[in-house]
Design a protein around this ligand. Structure first.
Ligand SMILES: NC(=O)c1ccc[n+]([C@@H]2O[C@H](COP(=O)([O-])OP(=O)(O)OC[C@H]3O[C@@H](n4cnc5c(N)ncnc54)[C@H](O)[C@@H]3O)[C@@H](O)[C@H]2O)c1
Length: 286
């Protein structure tokens, strides 16, 4: 039985665990970091901008249980240094969350010339896919030691069209391959799962190679007319606050609560897969 209480009072689902989250300085990575801390974990967040990460740590109710690490997920040495820093500070690593990513702003192949398409693909794949693989390569030895787990951020674009252009959609489909292949390679000692999150109001940027790195998805949400109910989603749940997407990460990071789950992907997207051919929600009149 999973006893969530002891003599000292209620325990979090991640009490005593140590996690490393790439791209943890903003968006869903930051929300997951904050939720993991609330669940009792110690959490390191990695990103390219140390000052931004340190501000996240300073804003935490438990800054002593957080660590900011500067690094670029495209650099193998950077990821090895990050894992070493986590172990030096917290003594162990139980959970890796590969999450840092960029979006291609739905750029269709019909709107890009060959060289632009090539550079966009190279940049998006190097961060969204190779960056995930390099994080795993740097962390698997520690994860094996602790029988830990990996929880990858995937996307509605890991399953469906129109969540991005070809570079982004291909990158997020590729991450499904990473979940499955790495779950196979690392079993039985490390579980590997994913959370396929839907649209969220974050600081998600575009590829620098297309000049879109200064543009944030937050600006699109600020201009969006979809407020309250979203008729396109079966659950009509238009919450775009990343904090509302963190529950599945906690479940998959918790050994006590998901020790028998690996190679799985939980869609946290308002039910896009059950839209069907008619209206988005058959039970609207219930
Ligand atoms: N926002 C959405 O609607 C949405 C939907 C589905 C999936 N996702 C996925 O969620 C993940 C997180 O994105 P987000 O929406 O929270 O955006 P975000 O920009 O707020 O967070 C991503 C973080 O990754 C960092 N990052 C980018 N490139 C990096 C690199 N090379 N090295 C280190 N850090 C780097 C960024 O600085 C940023 O802090 C991404 O994988 C994204 O594809 C987002």
């Amino acid at each position: 039985m999973n006893d969530q209480h002891n003599a000292a009072g209620p325990r979090g689902w991640l009490d005593g665990d140590v996690a490393l989250i790439t791209g943890g300085g903003s968006g869903i990575g930051r929300a997951v970091a904050e939720r993991f801390v609330a669940e009792g974990a110690r959490v390191a967040i990695l990103g390219r901008d140390l000052a931004k990460l340190e501000a996240v740590v300073a804003a935490s109710p438990a800054p002593e249980r957080m660590l900011a690490i500067a690094g670029d997920v495209r650099e193998p040495e950077s990821m090895h240094a990050a894992v070493a820093a986590v172990v030096e500070r917290f003594g162990r690593l139980d959970t890796l969350v590969p999450n840092a990513g960029v979006w291609d702003w739905n750029r269709s192949v019909t709107r890009l010339d060959g060289p632009s398409l090539k550079s966009a693909f190279e940049e998006v794949l190097s961060i969204n896919v190779i960056g995930y693989a390099l994080a795993v390569e740097a962390a698997w030895r520690e994860l094996v030691r602790n029988r830990g787990q990996i929880v990858m951020t995937l996307s509605n674009a890991s399953f469906h069209t129109a969540g991005g252009g070809a570079p982004y959609t291909a990158s997020k489909f590729a991450c499904r391959g990473l979940v499955k292949q790495l779950a196979y390679e690392l079993a039985p000692k490390v579980r590997v799962n994913g959370v396929a999150v839907g649209g969220m109001d974050t600081d998600l940027r575009g590829p620098a190679s297309l000049g879109l790195d200064d543009r944030s998805i937050h600006d699109s949400f600020a201009k969006s007319e979809v407020t309250g109910d979203n008729p396109y989603l079966p659950l009509h749940d238009a919450s775009t606050d990343p904090h509302d997407f963190t529950g599945a990460y906690v479940l998959l990071a918790s050994t006590a609560n998901s020790s028998n789950i690996t190679g799985a992907i939980i869609p946290a997207d308002g039910g896009i897969a059950v839209r069907g051919f008619r209206t988005a929600a058959g039970g609207d009149d219930l």
